[in-house]
Design a protein around this ligand. Sequence first.
Ligand code: SAM
Length: 222
Amino acid sequence: MIRKVDLVDTLIHKGQRKRLVEELRTKGISSEVVLNAIDSVPRQWFFPKDFDQYVYRDAAFPIDHGQTISQPFTVAYQTQLSGVSKGEKVLEIGTGSGYQAAILLAMGADVYSVEFILPILQQTAHLFQLLEQKISLFHGDGSLGIPGFAPYDCIIVTAGAPNVPDTLIQQLKVGGRLIIPVGNTKEDQKMLRITKVSTTQVKQEIFNDCKFVPLKGQLGWQ
Ligand code: SAM
């Protein structure tokens, strides 16, 4: 388990973050709010210990239990697509390392996040406790959302789904956005943004190809 003394953020880390922000800008991330959040969150706190040289590469990296901390570009891209603004209520599905959640917190969102794998959730909950950050974390099957706290302004799914779970659309406010990678195979997806236009209508937009670990659970991959 990470300890408070491990939460360092050196000038080298800060410099590497600035370079990462510029790299993300050249790759098409234009939201200053998102770029500022990337600049302000020390990714090394969410990253496996002893791999410091990989922290600010724009790449996903393995964490425990066969899962990954998402690529910074992917985190920035999903966050930009979500259009999340300060004070909005956001549900993240797939807490993992907590990095995406930390970016949303840095943007002033009210963050709810659910993780399927209990030891991952426990480790990340411990980290947020050390950071004294207010976040609502849940252990469970996020393919079903967290209906008890719905409706949400935004739902961001950080694992690849076989379909768009209807239950997640039901948990959006009117005007709410669901950002979800969906694909016919477990390995490849396309990023979708589903906007709930009215209580009965949605608008679907299709964006980049992407590669996420599979969404598990009832409405995920069995
Ligand atoms: N958001 C994470 C981050 O910032 O590092 C990256 C998440 S990782 C790519 C995907 C996570 O989704 C894994 O931790 C995995 O255990 C979790 N997951 C997969 N299926 C899930 C489900 N049905 N409900 C909740 N979490 C799920």
